[in-house]
Design a protein around this ligand. Structure first.
Ligand code: SAM
Length: 267
């Protein structure tokens, strides 16, 4: 008889909606579903529902195709700033930051210094913000992302930009390697990870123990654009999380996003 775990996993890995997600994420979702449902059909439905809650809302496939179409048209004569602005506008999370992108990174580097190696955790379209980061040419940029269509797009853009570094297909809830970065960007991501797996936010911050500076941000408006006390709620959450990992927290003066810088507390 077929192994139910293998069957369920194969169902997710061949699904047009979820086959782009890192295999480790499909494995942990398979285990989560099988622990709750005995019938294989019910387990598959539950796994798909869980993945839909986690990922269905972020990227419409049309937007991802548009990203690759714009990259297909690019060559060494392309204005990369114009290209990346058009791409960043394709996703709500980065589109929201677009009007203040330059000010965002200027304020961030003023607080923490220009980094030598950035680890962008759950990067989404943020690699396309490289032009606004104004990094020195030797700065390494490593991005981790669960969706390999975004990983491929980021790698195509890194090549065009001549910035050293790469995007890596990874599920940061399952594990996190040590990349020896001096700053980790965890932008608008902890609530998503927590929805995928309870406790994922603190586990990720603990796994970043070797990284001197962690920048954690949260949205302050819902997808519909309404402010519903989100800044206060998330400020409370990150205050608790930073205390749990013995880091000090500085809040940056940025209006449209709650941006915090976590450093190891002095002994
Ligand atoms: C709300 S978006 C934020 C993107 C980016 N950090 C920004 O602020 O523009 C969340 C991103 O995290 C990615 N993601 C979600 N769960 C992940 C996981 N377990 N491992 C790696 N990436 C993940 C999603 O695919 C999506 O691109």
């Amino acid at each position: 008889m077929a192994d139910p775990r293998e069957t369920l996993l194969a169902g997710l890995m061949t699904s047009s909606k979820y086959r782009h997600l890192a295999p480790a994420a499909l494995e942990r979702t398979t285990d989560w579903a099988l622990a709750r449902h005995r019938k294989p059909g019910d387990a598959l439905k539950a796994a798909k529902r869980k993945l839909h809650q986690g990922f269905g809302a972020y990227f419409d496939p049309g937007a991802l195709e548009a990203v690759h179409r714009l990259l297909d048209q690019a060559d060494e004569t392309t204005d990369l700033q114009d290209l990346s602005t058009r791409i960043l506008a394709l996703h709500s999370s980065s589109a929201e930051r677009l009007p203040v992108m330059d000010a965002f990174y200027t304020a961030l580097w003023a607080e923490i210094g220009t980094p030598g190696h950035i680890l962008d955790v759950a990067s989404g379209l943020n690699p396309f913000a490289l032009h606004a980061m104004h990094l020195p040419p030797e700065c390494i940029y490593t991005a981790l992302e669960i969706d390999n269509r975004l990983v491929e797009a980021a790698n195509r853009f890194l090549l065009l930009s001549n910035q050293p570094g790469k995007a890596i297909w990874a599920d940061v809830v399952s594990s996190l390697d040590d990349y020896d970065a001096d700053v980790a960007l965890v932008l608008k991501t902890l609530p998503c990870l927590e929805q995928e797996q309870s406790g994922a936010a603190i586990d990720l911050l603990k796994a970043l123990a070797g990284t001197p500076i962690i920048v954690v941000s949260y949205p302050v408006r819902s997808l519909g654009g309404r402010e519903k006390g989100m800044r206060e709620t998330y400020l409370e959450q990150i205050t608790t999380l930073s205390a749990q990992i013995s880091r000090t927290m500085t809040v940056l003066p940025i209006e449209d996003e709650l941006v915090t810088v976590l450093r190891h507390a002095p002994l």
